[in-house]
Write a protein that binds this ligand. Sequence first.
Ligand code: KG4
Ligand code: ZN
Length: 344
Amino acid sequence: MIILGIETSCDETSVALVENGSKVIDQMISSQIKLHSRYLGVVPELASRAHLESINWMLEQILKSVPRGKKIKAIAVTNEPGLVGSLLVGHVTAECLSYAMDLPLIEVNHLEGHVFSPFLEKKFPRFPFLSLVVSGGHTDLVLVKGIGRFNVIGRTRDDACGEAYDKVAKLLGLGYPGGPVIDKMYPNGDPDKYALPRTVMQGSLDFSFSGLKTAVLYKFRELEGKNKKGVTKKMICDLAASFQKSAVGVLVKKTLKAAEENNLKTIALGGGVSANSLLRRELKRHAAEKKLNICLPGRNYCMDNAAMIASVGYYKYKFYSKKKKKFSVYAKKGVSSSAGIKNW
Ligand code: KG4
Ligand code: ZN
């Protein structure tokens, strides 16, 4: 069963064809990083306009990849959360296409997409499992009990981890987006050079990254004050590495704690920060020590992408059609609510 996925929630326009929830026939991603980098962050109005410019030709292109003799069964589109204008471009496009092609329209929560991203081109694990979703807008520990059945058991109380990466990079003059730059610099820095806080919050699985971000700011100011010649590249490199070590340390510690407390044997990772080399390495290392199963997304499925949306679309299609429950079928019945995702 082939599902066409459409994702436009933030600064990546993406379309994909996915077969049976896992096999990616084709995927296209048009990144807007260049467009937003001069502002050191995403400008919503520019983002929605850029989606509008890309979406039609990308769809024309991807539809050529439908294998001969096969047909698209349904269209899956991100409906929340995200930038309103950007979401609207994807949703309206999907609605039109669903009407024109007479195909069901399935609305997918973007975070659900990140939860399912590690299983693209790989085996789906048994429920229940733990998912750590770390992106530019979220840092959530999610107990996944089934299709559309989630319990968020921990979340950030202030900045998301990716957001902290972006703000720290901005502060250190490293450009946007901060995550990939700091990650790349890590091997050249000394992660133990500066002692930065790790906010643990006893008795809770919640995160907090704003203290760490502020500690980087104070350390940077202190270095500026102490050094007449200014802060050197080496100092910046060490400070960025120390930040990454603290941030990843907290993510790994809380994730392992959540798995242990809930007796979960499988940990899945998703969201833009899941591309982080240190996070992947550390989670793998600890999981091996504790004999836990770890599922990491392939490099093409860490950032926002439509394959993960199509994948969730497939599972929802199967699940809700088996239960004869109603889900968004635009073509014949009009757009209904997206069953199963409201409890995120
Ligand atoms: O999931 P995503 O593409 O968009 C949202 O849904 O927010 O995540 C984007 C975030 C940005 O904050 C970016 O700095 C971060 O993911 N990111 C990384 C890495 N690659 C992207 N953070 C740390 N290390 C990376 N390698
Ligand atoms: Zn995302």
